[in-house]
Design a protein. Sequence first.
Length: 316
Amino acid sequence: MKFICKLFPLVLLITAFALTACGGGGGGGGGGAAPSTTDSSSTNTSTTTSTSTTTPTTTTTPTSTTTTTTTTTPTPTPAPTYFGTKAPTEAKAVGDIVFSDGSATPYSNGLTLTNEQKSAAIAYIFYKGTECSNDGSTRILGVGLKCSASTIRWCRWSSDSDCANAYNTNITTIQCIPSGSADAYTFTGDKDGSDNFSQIAAFLAGDNDTGTAGNYPAFEYAKNYGSTNGCTGAYANGWYLPSNAELYHIWKLRVNIDAAVALSGLTDTFKNKHFFSSSQNDSVNIYTNALYCGNGRPIVPDGKKCYNYVCAVRAF
């Protein structure tokens, strides 16, 4: 009994030891999962919330700039309107009818003109050549279709003491002397009459009276032909009283000229009229020369105080 009593405390001690060992083993059995050594109070749980910050993409759609191209169709420049079929700048030819704007239409049998063309017809081209030139150059000349309505004097004359200063003066610088037969005249001297009026002024010098209106009616009529018959631009100027040589070539085409006169609706033809020239007669101071537009001798001497018809000529 004493033995048992002594053994009992030992059994209790062993049992207690065993129990303690078993409790530690139980903790080891839980060692299948590694013991957490992290103190929850000091654990920073970094919850990374993956916030996908979608920055709004501003898609710049290229602005389609619609360039409106306005195609302006150029307004066609209207073709110049002339009275004739030839422009004013085109070279003139013998037989052309010239209008007040400088345009022309070739004359031909059967040609008709409108009323507007008839009103505008001013000249007929009667000559191209060198015979009416003082320097051998080629000249193209037209004669006005409208001769003076009545006869007028070459220069003013009331009496031998009351007259223009060129009346009793032999102006040698404007002599144009014919020779040969009527159908084949040739001329010497001043054949180009375009400056004869100014040559009279120069010859008279201090006695020049050409600037006084009415002193030289034949020259004044011819000089003013363009402006009094509606010519425009340059064609209003340049008209003059023709020389003997120039009148002679008018005589040669007198039938054609009268046909153009009639076509233009005019009734005052050149036929059988006497026309003054601007040429000084070579032998008599008070004489000039005149052209007879009929059959027979065309160039005849005539007095400066006489009355004759006047036509105007211009270079084209």
